[in-house]
Design a protein around this ligand. Sequence first.
Ligand code: ZN
Length: 185
Amino acid sequence: MVIDKEKLKKSVKLFLEAIGEDPDREGLKDTPERIVRLWEEFKSHETFNMTIFEDIGEYSEMVVVKDIQFYSLCEHHLLPFFGKAHIAYIPEKKICGLSKLVRVVNKFAYRPQVQERLTSEIAEFLQEELNPKGVAVVLEAEHLCMSMRGVKNPTSYTVTSKLLGAFMDNEKTRNEFLNLINNGK
Ligand code: ZN
């Protein structure tokens, strides 16, 4: 999906007017254009090459990448929520480059989202691409729509998880993952 730049510019200008600002004043006059560039950058995360290695021999240990910093936008208020993603999978003949896990998070994060759906989308995408024995995704995030409005203590985090395959069926595997991501906290 390509951004409709003119429509976006007009709507940002209207939004500024609606909240009582003068969109032509010095600090705001380039804001619609800046927001267009920002969203073009956000959208650029949607497509990337998922490099997959298929010749991994007998390797079937859990692959864990923790503390992946991510930024997303809550779709209810269009304010950021951000935090850490922890991802694990147990390969079945296929693995991907570790940096690709970061790209997968960003693919689904840079759009209006809810944390629960972001968590599932990452897990299901990896399940589909790698067809592993299991996938686990845990996200911990602060939501500015809550912190800024004082609904919630700003130091509290929302935690969501999606467990597929072996992480769902096997308690030992699940605990191993949870111990790994909680280690050092
Ligand atoms: Zn919100």
